[in-house]
Design a protein around this ligand. Structure first.
Ligand SMILES: [Zn+2]
Ligand SMILES: [Zn+2]
Length: 373
């Protein structure tokens, strides 16, 4: 089908910061030029959704949240190959514009147009397809997956190999790709290099899987929650440290004298970032993956950078090129080399999304997924 009429679809909408999401029906206009209509099958809940609800990063409201979506293309707008209808896809919030200096340099995770889309809540033509009683409703970063349907740029819908469980592969839209690719590509960890991962939420556990995939050793997980440490061991960590037992830096240096070559901070907490820095060996790299609120500051001993060539890397989506990296990870998922089933501990319906969000906030769950079919 090409185009089609305006659709009524159920979504979870944020109308004011620090308020529960509301389950409402909205109008979704048909896809315009170079856009597709996707019927969503599942959406992960990422910590960034919680930060958006909290108001940590300014966005226009009301907005349909959710940015880890998997689904099926149901219709295409003008300029898109109608043969794409029926494709199983993952939605990415970083669809390359292909023209800006970052896209041209292969750093599409930094695309200028993507950043603008996040700020305005609009699609590429400066309008939204979402509305409610005639009033504008905004898109989250071209995705808005807490919904049964979404209209997205055609290249934000990344085709997948057939047969993958949508409630697992949706995680490739953000957290898993971020964690794995931060290790395998951005940091470029090599076999037998020692790694520590601070924080074993979805991104941290994915970084541990990335470290396992490249045969890093040892792989040291740091998290105060017992079941997260157990999950880390199941997913490839060789050691797990409880930071409430004492200084985790000392514990890491007991396992790897001098510290690890790579320490990943996967929480977005400046005190933990300082621990990750302190656990990193001379010549090593501290990688900051966890995303704090705008304006959060951390401090590091500059002498260590100039004297010991200690590097600090920032990363957005792990430095991934989603259109390239997501299908690779989907292949690993299909081959049984990437374990997402262990990471997903709870599944909810869209109507239960506030319950699901409360569970994510509690830190008592692994990855939590909304089933949409
Ligand atoms: Zn995310
Ligand atoms: Zn661009």
């Amino acid at each position: 089908m090409i185009g089609g009429g305006t659709l009524r679809t159920q979504v979870a909408i944020l109308t004011a910061y620090q308020q529960p999401l509301e389950i409402v029906e909205v109008d979704l206009a048909p896809p315009k030029h170079d856009e597709v209509l996707v019927r969503l099958l599942a959406s992960g809940i990422c910590h960034s959704d919680l930060s958006l609800i909290a108001g940590a990063w300014p966005i226009p409201l009301p907005m349909v949240l959710g940015h880890e979506g998997s689904g099926v293309i149901e219709a295409v707008g003008p300029g898109v190959d109608p043969a794409r209808v029926g494709e199983q896809v993952i939605l990415t919030f970083a669809p390359a514009c292909g023209r800006c200096r970052y896209c041209l340099a292969g750093r599409v995770n930094l695309c200028v147009e993507v950043a603008a889309g996040f700020e305005t809540g609009q699609l590429r033509d400066g309008t939204t397809r979402l509305s409610r009683n005639g009033d504008t409703v905004y898109h989250l970063a071209f995705v808005s997956s807490f919904a049964h349907h979404a209209v997205v740029p055609a290249n934000a819908a990344i085709p997948l190999p057939a047969g993958l469980d949508p409630t697992l592969c949706c995680l490739l839209g953000c957290g898993v790709t971020t964690g794995v690719v931060a290790v395998t590509k951005l940091a470029n960890v090599r076999p037998a290099e020692p790694v520590a991962v601070f924080g074993c939420g979805g991104v941290g556990l994915s970084a541990i899987q990335g470290a396992r995939l490249v045969s890093a050793y040892p792989i040291i997980a740091v998290d105060p929650v017992p079941f997260k440490r157990e999950m880390a061991i199941r997913l490839g960590a060789t050691h797990a440290i409880d930071p409430s037992d004492g200084d985790p830096v000392v514990a890491i240096q007991t396992i790897v004298p001098g510290g690890v070559d790579f320490a990943f901070e996967a929480i977005g907490n400046p005190a933990v970032a300082a621990q990750a820095f302190a656990a990193t060996a001379t010549g090593g790299t501290t990688v900051l993956i966890g995303q704090p609120a705008v304006g959060v500051q951390a401090s590091f001993p500059v002498y260590d950078l100039t004297q010991f060539e200690h590097r600090i890397l920032g990363t957005h989506i792990g430095g991934a090129t989603p259109a390239l990296d997501v299908p690779k990870l989907a292949t690993l998922l299909a081959a049984g080399k990437l374990d997402l089933a262990t990471m997903v501990t709870h599944r909810f319906r869209l109507e239960q999304i506030n319950e699901a969000i409360a569970l994510v906030s509690s830190g008592e769950a692994g990855r939590v997924v909304i089933e949409l079919q």
